[in-house]
Write a protein that binds this ligand. Structure first.
Ligand SMILES: CC(=O)N[C@H]1[C@@H](OP(=O)(O)OP(=O)(O)OC[C@H]2O[C@@H](n3ccc(=O)[nH]c3=O)[C@H](O)[C@@H]2O)O[C@H](CO)[C@@H](O)[C@@H]1O
Ligand SMILES: C=C(OP(=O)(O)O)C(=O)O
Length: 436
């Protein structure tokens, strides 16, 4: 088992480069299944465990997938198999995103039921509602969801009860090869939706309105492999912005796109953080004193739930009372218990947490409860007194590339060690204490 060990007290400075977005590359790779001719070349791909998992899913579906440097080349021109088994879906819920492409391309998809995860029950009823509206028969049984249509899916009007990111993407992929026009209403507006629509359009598809509340998809008969570069990861960018601010640092987050980060930028500015829009990205300068604010997570362009736990770390350092409300997932406060282990005074009231700051955080052993919590706890460790040890790093590796090296490059006192090396770290800590 590996853990991150971080010693608080260093001010971050310098430049950090943002990778391609996890939440854009996963649907785009799922959409490569739509191409029955030619190869898709996807660039700016981050080497995350989730990317390796989706590549495995694609290979299992009878495609050829090569991943070198930051490029994934997919050849999906052979006849596809249609089943995504539990071994993959269990590792990564986003495996369910192959369902729309498979259904559009072959008329059939069988995907293991994703089940819940640490942040909530996460049903996929809205995805299935879309497939059914397009004529698919959906059956759930024996741990699988099976969707099938006689011939081609038919374009339909679909209204989502909630602007679900995954449902918008899955239905958009299915509709790309459907017969006729699909009008999708109350859809998600995230930048990753726009990236997927751009990819489908390059492949020969006809998607209009991505990034707004209504998307219109004119189905085509065939799509072709093309080259596409993934947008920068706004959540990774936001994570480093928070790390810079909490340490009173001065960091240029290269690749951060201001329009993708407007809610975070506004809230951080309200807290007293200086954010400068530079040619290469966003420069973040932390103030001596952070001000408390209230935040509510919402679908884009609202404040992203994927930044909630990192923001919790920042609010703990702010003066006064802050209220942080989670409206997107019903159970995304598992990290609160871990922050409490670091001395945080946090009350949970329903879907909100109330924090009284500034908290003098203490280093402690804490477990990452999901990928963003892994980052948030490490960030809290940057200002905690003494050593913070963050375990369960399999979550971190789903969403961050070289996380500790990037922070170390900015001046953080941080390392990642295997359990066996922990003793050595403990010995050096002891000798440091003795020397002090
Ligand atoms: C791979 C990926 O892109 N993951 C992101 C995606 O997840 P994901 O696509 O799973 O998130 P959704 O937008 O679908 O889910 C949001 C909410 O809607 C609910 N829901 C969703 C679908 C459905 O059919 N029925 C239903 O009730 C979910 O349980 C959740 O409470 O968007 C989330 C919300 O921005 C982000 O936190 C995730 O990082
Ligand atoms: C919740 C997240 O991702 P996923 O939907 O892949 O679990 C996330 O990226 O924070």
């Amino acid at each position: 088992m590996e853990k991150i060990i971080v010693r608080g007290g260093q001010r971050l400075s310098g430049t950090v480069q943002v990778e391609g977005a996890k939440n854009a590359v996963l649907p785009v790779l799922a959409a490569t299944l739509l191409a029955s001719e030619g190869k898709s070349k996807i660039t700016n791909v981050p080497p995350l465990s989730d990317v390796y998992t989706i590549n495995q899913v694609l290979r299992h579906l009878n495609t050829d997938v090569e991943f070198h440097n930051d490029e994934v080349v997919v050849n999906a021109s052979r006849e596809l198999f249609v089943e995504a088994p539990f071994e993959y879906v269990r590792k990564m819920r986003a495996s369910v995103l192959v369902m729309g492409s498979l259904l559009g391309r072959t008329g059939k998809a069988r995907v293991a039921l994703p089940g819940g995860c640490a942040i909530g029950s996460r049903p996929i009823d809205q995805h299935l509602k879309g497939f059914e509206a397009m004529g698919a028969k959906v059956k759930v049984g024996n741990g699988f969801i099976e969707a099938e249509v006689d011939g081609r899916l038919k374009g339909a009007k679909v209204y989502l009860d909630f602007p679900s990111v995954g449902a918008t993407e899955n239905i958009m992929m299915a509709a790309a090869l459907a017969d006729g026009t699909t009008i999708l209403e109350n859809v998600a507006k995230e930048p990753e939706i726009v990236d997927l629509a751009n990819f489908i359009n390059k492949m020969g598809g006809n998607v209009v309105g991505a990034g707004t509340g209504t998307i219109r998809i004119e189905g085509v008969e065939r799509l072709y492999g093309v080259e596409h570069s993934i947008i920068p990861d706004r959540v990774e960018a936001g994570t480093f912005m928070v790390a810079a601010a909490i340490t009173k640092g001065d960091v240029l987050v290269k690749g951060a796109i201001p329009e993708h980060l407007s809610s975070l930028v506004s809230k951080m500015e309200e807290m007293g953080v200086t954010i400068i829009d530079e040619d290469e990205g966003l420069r973040v300068i932390g103030p001596d004193k952070l001000k408390s604010v209230d935040i509510k997570t919402m679908p884009h362009p609202g404040f992203p739930t994927d930044m909630q736990s990192q923001m919790m770390a920042l609010l703990l350092a702010a003066e006064g009372t802050s209220v942080l409300t989670e409206t997107v997932f019903e159970n995304r406060f598992m990290h609160v218990e871990e922050f409490r282990r670091m001395g945080a005074d946090i009350k949970i009231e329903g879907r909100s947490v109330i924090m009284q700051g500034p908290t003098a955080l203490q280093g402690a052993e804490v477990a990452a409860t999901d990928l963003r919590a892994a980052a948030a706890l490490s960030i809290a460790g940057l200002i905690a007194d003494g050593y913070t040890r963050v375990t369960e790093l399999k979550h971190l590796d789903r969403g961050y590339v070289n996380f500790h090296q990037k922070l170390a490059g900015l001046g953080a006192d941080i390392e990642r060690v295997k359990e066996v090396e922990e003793n050595d770290a403990a010995v050096s800590e002891q000798s440091m204490l003795k020397d002090a």
